[in-house]
Design a protein around this ligand. Structure first.
Ligand SMILES: *Cc1c(COP(=O)(O)O)cnc(C)c1O
Length: 474
């Protein structure tokens, strides 16, 4: 035995420069190949190898990774992955994410590094980016919009209890007054948050839509809230950008109703809040500054790596009371936030750093350019589809999402035809799209959110759609 605690690790540390050079070369190979690598790769079998007693060392381990799994690395961070809303990674965000690992600082507790200070600064920049007054809002970083929705709902839940003189965090929901959540088109992650928060999915009461859109009808909300029993505590979840129809609820009117009816207003703006950054789109999100809590994603339109989201709230105290109290051994004093009291986790990754770096590197204008360009590309694809007689748009392109249907030949079921077309497109490797029904009509959904997408990618996408249509109708 040597007196070194971990000989293999110490040996690797001696050649750390080589190891990191190797990681850099592999990363560059992946990043520079994003345009050519398949946009999606079908999953293969799960390997069932046993854990080895002795290791290979870092460099050989990375080589094994590439040899065994490299073919399965997709270009989901590339310019033509149009499934869900995935975004990519800006160069500054990627570089900063490497530093996160090198630093390995925990932002849960302040007082022993700059990590918490940088997180506060980055969060304030985000408030500036979205036009939210710094003096009125506070918040934290999360693992994504699901985490941000959950934190918004936990704060709302605590507020609901406190309005009836009860701490739900202390007494539990059994002691709470009745609480209901009103929403027109909640994202599945918000339903998940309702389940996790103990309120339950059935606490969500549907509110009618405006016409045949996914947007909430404010008059219907007002009528529902006014008919509610006196002791009911009310939470409203509005949407700033639904995932299929990119509908925006009428936030100024809804906020006014919530104030009048004593309801908490939570806004899910996972990707839609980014409309606020572009002058000609900002009207879509007008009124979001009136919300009590707002959930947003970082790893989508901000183009920082997984995982990253954030929330803003006017009532950070409610959340801190819900998720505290701080045990004595963690109380290091001072007025820097304790992020462990603002999140589900105590120890937290330094996920603010890639946000800080990308905002420092490209500024608000850089974010605006990406959002504007993605919306222009969605419009280009929409115009192409509209001009064809084998495709049709299921609704006009309003932001960055295109929801369309391939027109099935007579006698073919539209749903299975569109799924066949989608598979043919995705198997071609140039593009990934996902299913996207709208108002009962089956279709396909293409969402633009990657900073790398260029005009010539739209030509590749339309060629892939046309070729897939020809192939399956052959
Ligand atoms: C993606 C999304 C979510 C969930 O976000 P995650 O980052 O997957 O946790 C919530 N709401 C909306 C509107 C979304 O688009």
């Amino acid at each position: 035995m040597t007196d070194r605690a971990a000989p293999e690790m110490a040996d690797d540390l001696a050649v750390l420069g080589d190891v990191l050079d190797h990681a850099k070369a592999l990363s560059l190979d992946i990043r520079n190949g994003l345009r050519d690598r398949p946009a999606g790769v079908l999953g293969d079998e799960i390997r069932n190898t046993p854990l080895a007693a002795s290791g290979l060392g870092a460099k050989a381990a990375l080589d094994e990774l590439i040899a065994e799994y490299g073919d399965g690395f997709s270009a989901s961070a590339g310019p033509r992955y149009l499934g869900f809303v995935t975004g990519g990674t800006t160069p500054a965000a990627l570089a900063a994410d490497w530093l996160v690992g090198a630093l390995d600082m925990n932002v849960g507790i302040p007082g022993d590094s700059a990590a918490t200070l940088i997180s506060v600064e980055a969060h304030r920049w985000l408030m500036d980016l979205f036009g939210l007054p710094r003096a009125e809002f506070d918040g934290a970083f999360t693992t994504g919009a699901t985490g941000a929705n959950l934190m918004g709902l936990i704060a709302a839940r605590e507020w609901a209890g406190e309005g009836a003189g009860i701490s739900i965090a202390e007494e539990g929901l059994a002691a709470a007054p009745p609480i209901k959540v009103f929403s027109a088109c909640p994202h599945s992650s918000f339903v998940k948050a309702a389940r996790l928060s103990g309120l339950g999915a059935k606490a969500i009461e549907p509110v009618g839509n405006v016409g045949d859109t996914e947007a909430m009808d404010p008059a219907a909300l007002d009528a529902t809230l006014s008919a509610a029993p006196r002791n009911l505590r009310k939470i409203v979840c509005a949407s700033a950008g639904t995932v299929t129809g990119t509908a925006f609820d009428d936030l100024p009117r809804i906020a006014e109703i919530c104030r009048r009816r004593d309801a908490w207003l939570h806004v899910d703006g996972a990707f839609g809040l980014f409309a606020r950054v572009v002058p000609e789109l900002a009207h879509l999100c007008a009124g979001v500054e009136l919300a009590d809590s707002i959930a947003v994603d970082g790893h989508k339109w901000l183009n920082v790596p997984y995982d990253c989201g954030f929330y803003f709230t006017r009532h950070i105290g409610a959340l801190e009371r819900a998720s505290g109290p701080l045990p004595a051994y963690l109380d290091v004093g001072g007025d820097i936030p304790f992020y462990l009291n603002r999140n589900t986790e105590m120890s937290q990754r330094f996920r603010a750093l890639p946000v800080w770096a990308t905002l420092k590197a490209y500024g608000a204008d850089g974010v605006c350019d990406v959002v504007r360009q993605n919306c222009r590309h969605a419009k280009m694809l929409g115009d192409w589809l509209e001009a064809r007689n084998d495709f049709r748009l299921l609704l006009p392109v309003g932001l960055n999402v295109v929801c369309f249907q391939a027109i099935a030949p007579a006698g073919e079921d539209p749903k299975s035809f569109n799924m066949r077309l989608m598979r043919a497109v995705n198997e071609g490797g140039k593009v990934v799209v996902t299913p996207g029904a709208y108002k009962g009509e089956p279709g396909i959904r293409a969402a633009f959110s990657n900073w790398m997408t260029r005009d010539d990618d739209i030509a590749i996408i339309t060629a892939a759609l046309a070729a897939a249509y020809d192939a399956i109708t052959g």
